[in-house]
Design a protein around this ligand. Structure first.
Ligand code: ADP
Ligand code: MG
Length: 349
């Protein structure tokens, strides 16, 4: 019998010995009600916590056998996020990513195996999307100054950066455990893939701790496993990119990942044009056309990278790409709020 169930049983015992006054009975009834809400027949409950990480809000929800098991599991989840942030953040001068970028043009840099794994996935998504996903957009993103110092750069200044965004300049040598950027000024950026990757890693940690179900939500990158305590799937909502109060979709998930990329997260407006943080590698300018894309697939790392890539590809090319990809579904929202879903996108529950 697990601890949560023991708590419930203890409360029933308390009720039998407390019939003397109406006040006591009412109080115990109230406690029982709360206990009933918290304890499923199997004695498990959802424990949830949010914290600021990776420049956004992260919420971890777990199905745990007791509050303390839940809290301890969540502690381990957040510790993993802090560890990965220290490796993957471009905002931290001492991160593996920053060390690599500081060595651009100066030869290979030794990096951890998991860093190599992530770069290999980034390269795989880049190859499969015709380089719509391009983790070398860093110098161009910086020139646009989004979000700290936004400005529209001159076409000449943008074109001058193009050689730095050439994916041929990123080489990975898994056997040697090294990564190299061929030219000075190149910068690898993992903003389009790191949150989904981190959600996957946290999920593995939680599963290893005996957590039977949970949701790891890193802003718009959501990874799900197992079910709610009563066996029902989790319900994950997709935010309206137009800022409306109601979600544009609610889907039931008991596994897999859902990532949303959009033009409404980080942007500035000039002369009626919205400039945001996802750049089309062909133009080195923010993508136009779609307001958001949500991608549903088995793992967080691919969901995250594909949501970015498909936003870049646009409605026509993006829809064709997702329809041709096994195990991937997507929901597109255009600038007028019109929704288009791929054929396998789940129907509203
Ligand atoms: P968010 O970070 O809002 O969840 P994304 O996952 O789409 O959104 O990632 C956006 C980030 O990815 C940008 O801030 C930038 O650092 C980087 N980026 C911009 N354009 C591209 C691109 N075409 N391919 C890959 N990464 C990109
Ligand atoms: Mg992404």
């Amino acid at each position: 019998m697990n601890v949560a169930l023991l708590t419930c049983v203890a409360m029933v015992g308390a009720m039998h010995s407390s019939r003397r006054s109406l006040g006591w009975s009412l109080m115990v009834l109230l406690i029982l009600l709360v206990a009933a809400l918290n304890c499923s027949p199997g004695g498990s409950r959802v424990v949830r916590r949010s914290a600021a990480h990776m420049g956004t809000v992260v919420t971890i929800s777990v199905v745990a056998t007791s509050k303390s098991h839940g809290e301890q599991s969540i502690d381990r989840g957040f510790a993993e996020i802090a560890r990965l942030e220290q490796m993957l953040s471009s905002y931290r001068a001492t991160s593996v990513l920053s060390r690599l970028n500081a060595m651009a043009g100066a030869g290979p840099v030794s990096v951890p195996e998991e860093f190599i794994e992530l770069i290999l996935v980034a390269q795989e998504v880049a190859a499969s999307t015709g380089s719509a996903f391009n983790p070398l957009m860093g110098p161009a993103v910086k020139l646009w100054g989004i979000p700290e110092n936004p400005r529209v750069p001159s076409p000449e200044a943008l074109e001058a950066l193009r050689p730095l965004t050439d994916l041929a300049g990123l080489s990975v040598m898994p056997q040697r455990g090294t990564v190299a950027l061929s030219r000075p000024g190149m910068a690898l950026g993992l903003g389009g893939i790191a949150k989904g990757y981190t959600a996957d890693r946290v999920t593995e940690i939680l599963k290893g701790l005996g957590v039977t179900g949970g949701v790891v939500a890193i802003s718009g990158d959501v990874r799900v496993f197992g079910t709610q305590p009563d066996g029902s799937p989790w319900r994950v909502a997709v935010q309206d990119p137009g800022g409306g109060p109601d979600p544009i979709a609610v889907i039931e998930m008991s596994g897999g990942a859902l990532s949303t990329s959009g033009d409404y997260q980080r942007f500035f407006e000039q002369d009626g044009i919205r400039y945001h943080h996802i750049l089309d590698p062909r133009t080195l300018r923010p993508t136009r056309g779609l307001a958001s894309v949500s991608v549903l697939t088995a793992d967080g790392v691919r969901a995250d990278a594909l949501a970015t890539a498909v936003l870049v590809m646009g409605a026509v090319e993006g829809l064709a790409y997702v329809e041709a990809s096994a195990g991937v579904e997507a929901l597109f929202v255009d600038q007028n709020g019109h929704l288009t879903a791929t054929s396998g996108w789940p129907k509203r529950p």
